[in-house]
Ligand binder design. Sequence first.
Ligand code: GAL
Length: 681
Amino acid sequence: MTPRRNHLTRVPGLLYGGDWNPEQWPEQVWAEDVKLMAEAGVNLVTVGVFSWARLQPDADSWDFGWLDRLLDLAHRHGIAVDLATATASPPAWLVRARPELLPVTADGVRLEFGSRQHYCPSSPAYRDAAVRLTRALAARYRHHPALALWHIHNEYGDHVQECFCPASAADFRRWLRERHGTIEELNRSWGTAFWSQHYNSFEQIEPPRTAPGPVNPTQLLDWRRFCSDALLDLHRAEKAVLDEVSPGVPVTTNFMSMLKALDYWEWSRHEDFVSDDAYPDPADPRAHVNAAMNYDLMRSLKGGRPWLLMEQAPSAVSWRPVNVPKRPGLYRLWSLQALARGADGVLHFQWRASVAGAEKFHSAMLPHRGTASRGWQETVRFGTELRRLGEIAGSRLRGRAAVLLDWDSWWALELDDHPSARMRWPDLLRPWYAALYERGVTVDFVPPTAELDGYPLVLAPNLYLLDTVTADRLTAYVRDGGRLVCGPFSGITDRHDHIHPGGHPGPLRELFGIVVDEHWPIPDGATTVVRLDGAEPHTELHAEHWSEWIETEAAETVAHYDSGALAGLPAVTRNRLGAGSAWYLSCHLGAGPGPVLDLALAEAGAGAELPDLPAGVEATRRHADDGTGYLFLLNHGPHELRVPLPTPGTDLLTGTEAAGAVTLAPLGAAVIRLPAAQERP
Ligand code: GAL
């Protein structure tokens, strides 16, 4: 089959390449670069991410000659370019001329030049200069035949996520005015009657700089919202220029997986497609589970459309305390994992290993040792394999269950002075995701505003902050036949972080048929026994960090506490409402809520991608528009395994027919094309 059209850019098939930083090298090296890129099957390179100082040597001069030559060279060798706007690292001349653009910490320290990402998101000086550079690049290269994609900035939120300088303060006040309208409304929303925090005017408000004690939580929550919006405004300013000057060329910016600082639901609305940077740690034996979770999120941000792995390390990174390389086969397996979860390309940081600078020990597609290195051999081998998979471009996969993710709730959950500081969104989410992953159930992430009808099961590991509109939608979903499973410390506050009156879980009380009498955090290191009722033998689970004294109103008890102060009280409940049911877990089952989720999965009829999947094998299925299926089988374990196949097909990696079962070597993989006729729609 010929490679399918790639929906991300005009480059056909799957995308393969990396950050190319030619400004670090003499031009003779470029010629070797493009020759080797062709050998490796590279078809897209990201150029210019940190080139500002080279492109604009001072306020009034530009140097595009080298970039002209570079783009021409790439084009002559059939390599398309993802051209960066180069705005993530403002040059020294600009910083010295306009020092106020440097970011300031909550303690009032102005961060110095000498690294990267040294800018205040609300600085007019930075924004004007960034927009000017973007416009100059767009005007010069919009018709260049190598240009396939615009890459705005780099990793918004990396290094600097907030700034406390006077410009940020002014911008925060503007944002608050737009959001709250009047100072009376702000006082109400922030609950400023508490601790005499009343404001007479917006001019009296400052960012939440370091203060003697706990800062107003709604001020902090609004600050989180503002900081995400401030960076997004900056991004949109560049995007607007590209859309105006270079219409028709897709635009993206590289996300940073599940990043707390940026509300990616909101951000992704402004992307032509989602791209992500992912650096799972080869030293972590569970890294692939976390990676799967992040990739599911990236796919979900634009409703299941293909996304791009914009950066990954070919082997070791250089920024961990200990940087373990990828053992042979791991790079290939983890690259295929991104494709298995909806990516249409695999790009890297970076193409050629640097010899100077803070990242000179970071791996690259072309390592310091050159073409004799193991890394290079893997680069070439995987490039060849990727070409065999070209036909999967544009195909999609859909989850069998949905996980609710709300940045607002995440930010509010992790504010200070809560019953326990251990309730962090990623820690609450991970055991739930891992349990689903181990059961082979692919999930989509959804925002609280999503249509849930298509999912038989919706999971909400935590919904600390919840408005009544969302609560009503969840209730309607269950009444109409949906299954909802919700974790503890949910339905607590409204959008201003004020406690819902009438007992927790506030607007979800009727839906779950329970009321929380008191939160009962568990000290570090201790656990409380939770026993699943009805199961034989009685399954024993362990709650960590969190439990709740709950009383059932309409719900039935599914599991109860069997040790400690809450012994005998319900721990997990189910409430049948309308045609569906709502499950409530009042504790954090750190080692995994799997046995509870099994009950909900069975009730919802939501199952694994493949039955009888051996432990350690990840299976996902993408579908092309014509119904052709692509079954990815990835063996993350150390042993050879046999995986039964649902129907015969062709392994695209080897070109051989596969029927009955396939054998996967340790770290081995298969991508089986399943004919449309035998696939589910
Ligand atoms: C990313 C960044 C790259 C490079 C890479 C190293 O976060 O976008 O520029 O620094 O990390 O792993």
